[in-house]
Design a protein. Structure first.
Length: 532
């Protein structure tokens, strides 16, 4: 358990991607089964501990210290697991002679009933030191927050076994913790696990952004263009009656879209964009799609109001035939014929964009025919479907982001490395008649600035706080005083959940406008005009 705790601690403190990969590879080499497989499952989010929930943890802490004092401590530290591990009463006399392994801890937690869960967890925390307590709490809460994605963990496995990460991803959904057969193969002591599961995920092909000089080196005749739709990239896969809908990272999201899965009556694998609406009539916004994302169950009313469909980009498999090695132009012909056989209310074809040269395509990119188009995709006609992000075959050329000047209204402490900084910001624009203007919040952002700018904003927040609400501070913001932030965002939608009536898509801070008076920030009418 102590080794796992050390791994988590070092991953949190290691900012670089390569550094995190080395830490995980070294851990896989040094730690034996089943601990390394359970650690992998915890990192990728595939370790389920149902008997303990975060609310139980808070209750256990309240029995051991004053709840108000714990609240102040949590506000200051900014991370629940770290706070509890530090304030939990130390009991060295209860620690066993042999520290428990990760497998020991997981077995105890997974075998506990819902009623016994708090008692089992309390016993584990009593018998552990601060570092091990931190790791145990991370396990039971499920949110590691260590800056490692499931994709990065799979890349570490590939580095460990000196194989292509695409091989790991194609096997992944047919494996289960603690992945004994996977590690045996990667170490060379056993053959590659067979793809026993049906409807497995195929690693997606990604694009690179168009740079300043990329197009100068490319011949327009070598590329096809299609619209880049503002939904989420998915893969619809059916095999032998098994139907699965995957996100671009390989997460199974079938449960949130049962209406779409029911319509997947084919034996193939399709790459496309998940959208809502009826493709024959109207396509909803990303805000409409968000109503259905990350849900375990979806009511019939929700399905009727926000029906899901896939705008198809590519055909990866059909029956037993793997099409990925074929050139894009040939796959496109096969896709056109295949989509014509599907339910037109659930599947349609992403249209190609006709253009003669890059100038003509740029004009189309800047003025697309539909509000939820966020740019164009360029796909080389002779390109095979390659996993990952190969440079050259596919490019994305997004619309220029919208920008507004907004005033900082609230700031909240961050988590992890940012727990001592006010790094999450709520900003607003002006509304109301002249002489009675007030700020109305229009979005939140926590990235887009440098470390030095973070320190500058943090100091400004501390110097200009007018109210405190736990970890949140209200910042002085009126017509004469306020920090103006230039906010870039990809899109805008109407929203009944927000007081302003609008919701931003991917807002981020693009510039600090120390030079601009708060009274000159934008008004809500500016955003409403963008909607219209």
């Amino acid at each position: 358990m102590n080794r796992f705790a050390e791994l988590l601690d070092r991953l949190v403190l290691t900012p670089s991607r390569n550094g995190k990969l080395k830490l995980m590879v070294d851990y896989f080499r040094a730690v034996e089964d089943p601990d390394r497989g359970l650690a992998l499952a915890a990192i990728t989010g595939d370790l389920n501990i149902a008997a303990v929930k975060p609310a139980m943890l808070r209750q256990l802490v309240s029995e051991r210290m004053d709840p108000v004092l714990f609240g102040y401590s949590y506000d200051y530290v900014g991370d629940l697991a770290e706070t509890v591990s530090l304030v939990w009463p130390d009991a060295p006399e209860r620690r066993p002679n042999r520290p428990p392994t990760l497998a020991d801890v997981v077995a105890l937690l997974q075998s506990a009933s819902r009623s016994d869960g708090p008692k089992v967890l309390a016993g584990l925390l009593d018998s552990a030191g601060i570092e091990a307590r931190y790791a145990i709490i991370k396990l039971v809460t499920g949110g590691l927050r260590i800056g490692v994605s499931a994709r990065l963990a799979k890349q570490a496995l590939a580095d460990f076994g000196d194989v292509d990460v695409a091989e790991i991803e194609e096997l992944w959904h047919g494996l289960a913790p603690p992945y004994l057969e996977l590690f045996a193969w990667l170490e060379g002591s056993a053959p590659k696990p067979e793809k026993a599961a049906k409807a497995l995920f195929r690693p997606v092909m990604l694009s690179t952004p168009v740079g300043d000089t990329n197009l100068d080196k490319l011949d327009p005749a070598d590329y096809a263009a299609e619209w880049k739709w503002d939904g989420i990239r998915v893969q619809a896969t059916c095999e032998a009656g098994v139907k699965r809908l995957y996100s671009r990272t390989g997460d199974d999201v079938s449960g949130a879209f049962p209406d779409l899965v029911d319509a997947m009556d084919f034996d193939a694998s399709i790459d496309g964009e998940l959208l809502v609406g009826d493709p024959r009539e109207a396509t909803g916004t990303f805000s409409d799609l968000q109503q259905r994302l990350n849900r375990k169950t979806v009511s019939a009313k929700m399905q009727a109001k926000y029906p899901a469909f896939i705008r198809c980009y590519d055909l990866l498999h059909i029956g037993a035939e793997d099409l990925r090695a074929l050139p894009f132009a040939e796959r496109r012909q096969r896709l056109e014929a295949f989509v014509a056989t599907l339910d037109p209310s659930r599947f349609d074809l992403s249209p190609l964009v006709s253009f003669a040269d890059w100038d003509e395509l740029e004009a189309l990119r800047k003025a697309p025919p539909h509000p939820i188009i966020e740019g164009v995709m360029l796909k080389r006609l002779d390109s095979p479907y390659l996993a990952g992000r190969p440079k050259g075959p596919w490019f994305k050329w997004k619309r220029d982001p919208h920008t507004v000047d907004a005033v900082l209204m609230y700031a909240q402490r961050g988590h992890g490395k940012r727990s001592s900084f006010y790094s999450d910001y709520t900003f607003g624009v002006w509304t109301g008649a002249e002489g009675a203007e007030e700020l109305v919040p229009v979005g939140k952002a926590y990235f887009g600035f440098t470390d030095e700018e973070l320190r500058q904003i943090d100091k400004y927040v501390r110097d200009n706080t007018i109210e405190r609400f736990g970890p949140v501070r209200s910042v002085r913001a009126d017509r004469t005083t306020g920090l103006v932030l230039e906010i870039a965002f990809e899109g805008l939608a109407r929203s009944t959940r927000h007081k302003s009536g609008v919701a931003m898509r991917f807002p981020r801070i693009s510039r600090l406008r120390w030079d601009k008076p708060s009274a000159e920030a934008d008004r809500i009418e500016t955003l409403e005009a963008m909607l219209d």
